[in-house]
Design a protein around this ligand. Structure first.
Ligand code: C2E
Ligand code: CA
Ligand code: CA
Length: 653
C-alpha cells in the first residue's frame, strides 16, 4: 500500500482540476467580460438618459417623460451595481454576477425598445421616430458584440430592444412599417449567428489558455515532487522554504532537521531497490505523522530528508528531534520481515544558527556531519565549535597536500603475532603525520579528509611503496599488511600501481596483504572485482578488516578470496565486550577454521584478552599488549630480537 500512495498523490494532482472545474473557470472569465468595461456601460446609460429626455422635451408627452424617468432610474442603478461588484472578488459567485447583470441589462433594453415603440404608436414625427429607432437598433447590435461572451444575455437584450418596435410596426401595419418589422425581425437570427460564432471563438481560446496554464501548473508541482515518497523534493523544499520564510512573523523561530539514514546504501544493495524504495516511503509517512501541521517535509535526495518546522524555542526543537528520531528507529515490518532503520540528525535553529535559508542549511549540514562522525545514530544540534572544526578540516586538507611533499608523513608498523608460537607473522602499516605545529596527528583525523578530497590516491600509493620497501628488508616469512580505502581501489590503474610498487621494492606479491573493509563492496562491484582478481591472481593476499562493525555479511567472505578476517577491536576491548562478544568471536573463529582462513583479534591490550581470544579460536593477535605501531628501525629490531633469542615473544615466556 505504502508504495501506491505517492502515485495516488500524483494522480490527484492531475485530476484536481478536471473538466468541470475548467469549464467553470472559462465561464467565470467570460462573465468577467461583462464587467470589464464599466465605461461602456456608463456611456450607454448616459446616452439612453439624454435621448429619452430629449424625446420627452421635444414631444411634450408625459408618457414619454415617465418612461424616460424609469429608464434613467434603471440606468443609474445598473451602473452603481456594476461598480459595486467585482468579478475578481472570489466571494461573489459567478451566478450572482450573471443575474445582477441580466436584470439590469434586460430591463434597460426593454425600456429602450418600449420608448422607441411609443414614438411610433404616438406618431411623434419622423425625426424623433428615426432618432429613437436608430438608437434602439444601434444599442441592440452593439450590445451583441459587447456581450458575446454570454450569448444568452446578448441575444436576450437584442430581442427585448427589438420586440416592442416590431410589435408597434405591425400594429401600424403600413407598408414601410411592415418592411421595418420584417427587417428588424431578420436582424434577430442574423445577429444570433454572428454572436454565437464570436462566442465560440472566445470560449475556445479562453479554454485553451486555461488548459495550458493548468498544465504548466501541474508540471511545476510535479517537478517539485519526489516520486518515491510523494514528499517535496530538493527543488520543492527550496521553493517552499523561501515562501515560508518570507511569510514568517518577525520573532518566530524555525528549526531545520537534516536526517540521514545510516547505512541505507548497504540495505539497498543487500535487499534491492524495491525494498529500499518501500522503506523510504514508510519513513516519509512516519515523518509526516510526527511533524506538526504546516511543517515542510522533503526528501532531499538519496537517503536524506529535511524537515523545516516553526518552533517556540530550542526545547521544542529538541523534543521534535527526539520524536522524529524515535519514529524512524521504530522497527519496521516489510512483508513480515522486521527491520531496524537508524538515522543521524543534524539540527539548526533560526535565527541563532543562521539568519537565512542558506546559512540555516549549512549549519544543519555541519551538525549532521558531526552526528555521523560521532558514531551515527545520533542527533547533533549545531554549535559554533563545529564551524571551527570545519576550518580545522580545511586546514588539514591544505596542509596534507604540502605534508606529502615535505616528508612529514611516515609509516609505523604494528606487529601481528601468531597466538600459538608468539612469533611475529606480519606488520600492519599505519600512517602517521608529524605536524610541525600540531604535533602527531592520528590517521582517523586526516584519512577521512584525504578520502573526501581524493588525496588518498596519492597518499595511498606512497604508503604502499614505503611499506613494501621496508618489508623487503625483513625475513621472507614476515608479511606486510597495508590498509586500502575504497576510493584507492576504484581509481583507474589501481592494481597496476600496487604491482609496480612491489616490483620497485623487489617484494614478492605473496608478502603483501591488503586490508579492506566491507564498505568496499557496497557499490561499483565491477572495478572492485577486477582489482581483487587481478591482484590475487598475482599472489597478493586480502584481509577483511574491522569485521563485525558493518553488515558482517557472509556473502562477501564467500565471494572473495580472503586469507584473513580481522575481528574489530570493539569485540575485544570495547564497551560491548561480554559473553555475546565472546560468542561472536568464537563463531567467526570456527568459520575461519572451516574455510581455512586466519582470524586476527585486534586491540589486544591485556594478557587476559590474549588468552580469551586464543581460547576462542583466534589464530593471530594484534594490539598494545604486544606492541604499539613503531618506526621501521624498531620493527626491524623486534624481528631481530625474536630471531636472536630463539625464544620469541614474552607471550610464550
Ligand atoms: P585499523 O586498520 O583498524 O588499524 C588499527 C588501529 O587500531 C590503529 O590505529 C592502531 O594503532 C590501533 N590499535 C592497535 N592496537 C590497539 C590496541 O591494543 N588498543 C587500541 N585502543 N588501539 C589499537 P590508527 O593507527 O590510529 O589507525 C586508525 C585507522 O586509520 C586504521 O584502523 C585504518 O582504518 C586507518 N589507517 C591507518 N593507516 C592507514 C593507511 O595507511 N591507509 C588507509 N587507507 N587507512 C589507514
Ligand atoms: Ca587495518
Ligand atoms: Ca581494523
Amino acid at each position: 500500500m505504502a508504495r501506491s500512495e505517492p502515485i495516488e498523490k500524483i494522480r490527484t494532482i492531475f485530476s484536481m482540476t478536471g473538466t468541470d472545474a475548467l469549464s467553470e473557470r472559462v465561464r467565470r472569465t467570460l462573465v468577467r467580460t461583462l464587467y470589464t468595461q464599466p465605461t461602456s456601460l456608463a456611456i450607454g446609460a448616459v446616452n439612453g438618459i439624454v435621448i429619452s429626455v430629449l424625446a420627452a422635451w421635444l414631444s411634450g408627452s408625459q408618457a414619454i417623460l415617465i418612461a424616460g424617468i424609469v429608464l434613467s432610474f434603471i440606468a443609474v442603478t445598473r451602473v452603481t451595481a456594476a461598480l459595486g461588484l467585482s468579478p475578481d472578488d472570489d466571494d461573489t459567485s459567478t451566478s450572482t454576477l450573471e443575474i445582477v447583470y441580466e436584470i439590469g441589462a434586460f430591463s434597460y433594453a426593454l425600456m429602450l425598445g418600449v420608448i422607441a415603440a411609443m414614438t411610433l404608436v404616438m406618431e411623434l414625427g419622423a425625426p424623433l421616430e428615426v432618432l429613437l429607432i436608430a438608437n434602439a437598433t444601434c444599442y441592440g447590435v452593439g450590445i451583441c458584440a459587447r456581450n458575446a461572451g454570454r450569448p444568452a444575455i446578448a441575444l436576450g437584450q437584442l430581442f427585448l430592444v427589438c420586440a416592442p418596435i416590431i410589435a408597434a410596426a405591425l400594429y401600424i401595419a403600413t407598408l414601410p412599417f411592415l418592411a421595418l418589422a420584417a427587417t428588424m425581425f431578420l436582424l434577430l437570427p442574423a445577429m444570433a449567428s454572428i454572436t454565437l460564432n464570436v462566442f465560440k471563438v472566445l470560449r475556445d481560446s479562453i479554454g485553451a489558455a486555461e488548459k495550458s496554464a493548468e498544465m504548466a501548473e501541474k508540471m511545476r508541482i510535479l517537478a517539485r515532487t519526489d516520486v518515491v515518497t510523494g514528499l517535496v523534493n530538493r527543488a520543492g523544499l527550496n521553493h517552499e522554504m523561501v515562501e515560508h520564510l518570507m511569510a514568517l512573523p518577525e520573532d518566530q523561530k524555525v528549526a531545520l532537521f537534516w536526517i540521514d539514514l545510516d547505512r541505507f546504501k548497504e540495505l539497498n544493495d543487500l535487499l534491492g531497490h524495491t525494498v529500499g524504495d518501500r522503506v523510504l516511503g514508510e519513513i516519509a509517512q512516519r515523518l509526516t505523522g510526527v511533524t506538526p501541521d504546516g511543517a515542510i517535509i522533503s526528501r532531499f535526495g538519496g537517503d536524506e530528508f529535511i524537515i523545516v518546522a516553526d518552533v517556540d524555542d530550542r526545547h521544542e526543537a529538541e523534543r521534535l528531534a527526539s520524536e522524529v528520531h524515535a519514529e524512524i528507529m521504530r522497527p519496521l515490518r516489510l512483508d513480515g520481515e522486521r527491520m531496524e532503520i537508524r538515522a543521524s540528525l543534524g539540527v539548526a535553529v533560526m535565527p541563532e544558527d543562521g539568519d537565512d535559508a542558506d546559512k540555516l542549511m549549512q549549519s544543519a549540514d555541519l551538525a549532521l556531519y558531526h552526528a555521523k562522525v560521532n558514531g551515527r545514530g545520533q542527533t547533533c544540534f549545531f554549535d559554533d565549535s563545529m564551524t571551527r572544526n570545519l576550518v580545522r578540516r580545511r586546514e588539514i586538507e591544505a596542509e596534507l597536500r604540502a605534508a606529502i611533499q615535505k616528508d612529514e608523513l611516515s609509516i609505523f608498523f604494528q606487529p601481528i603475532v601468531d597466538l600459538s608460537s608468539g612469533r611475529i607473522r606480519a606488520f600492519e602499516a599505519l600512517v602517521r603525520w608529524f605536524h610541525p605545529e600540531k604535533g602527531e596527528l592520528r590517521p582517523d583525523e586526516f584519512i577521512p579528509v584525504a578520502e573526501e578530497t581524493g588525496l588518498i590516491i596519492t597518499l595511498g600509493n606512497w604508503i604502499t611503496a614505503q611499506a613494501a620497501k621496508a618489508a623487503a628488508n625483513w625475513p621472507d616469512d614476515v608479511t606486510i599488511a597495508v590498509n586500502l580505502s575504497p576510493l584507492q581501489i576504484r581509481a583507474p590503474g589501481a592494481a597496476l600501481g600496487i604491482l609496480n610498487a612491489l616490483r620497485e621494492a623487489d617484494l614478492p606479491p605473496e608478502r603483501l596483504e591488503l586490508e579492506v573493509t566491507e564498505s568496499l563492496f557496497l557499490d561499483d562491484s565491477e572495478s572492485t572485482n577486477f582489482f581483487i582478481e587481478e591482484l590475487s591472481s598475482a599472489g597478493v593476499r586480502f584481509a577483511l578488516d574491522d569485521f563485525g562493525t558493518g553488515y558482517s555479511s557472509l556473502g562477501y567472505i564467500n565471494k572473495y578470496p580472503f586469507k584473513k578476517i580481522k575481528v574489530d577491536r570493539s569485540f575485544v576491548s570495547g564497551p560491548d565486550v561480554g559473553r555475546k562478544a565472546e560468542a561472536i568471536i568464537r563463531a567467526v573463529a570456527e568459520l575461519g577454521s572451516q574455510l581455512d582462513m586466519e582470524i586476527v583479534a585486534e586491540g589486544l591490550e591485556t594478557i587476559d584478552q590474549v588468552k580469551a581470544v586464543r581460547e576462542a579460536g583466534c589464530t593471530l593477535g594484534q594490539g598494545y599488549y604486544f606492541s604499539r605501531a613503531v618506526p621501521d628501525y624498531l620493527a626491524a629490531m623486534l624481528l631481530a630480537q625474536e630471531r636472536d633469542d630463539g625464544n620469541p615473544h614474552r607471550l610464550i615466556a
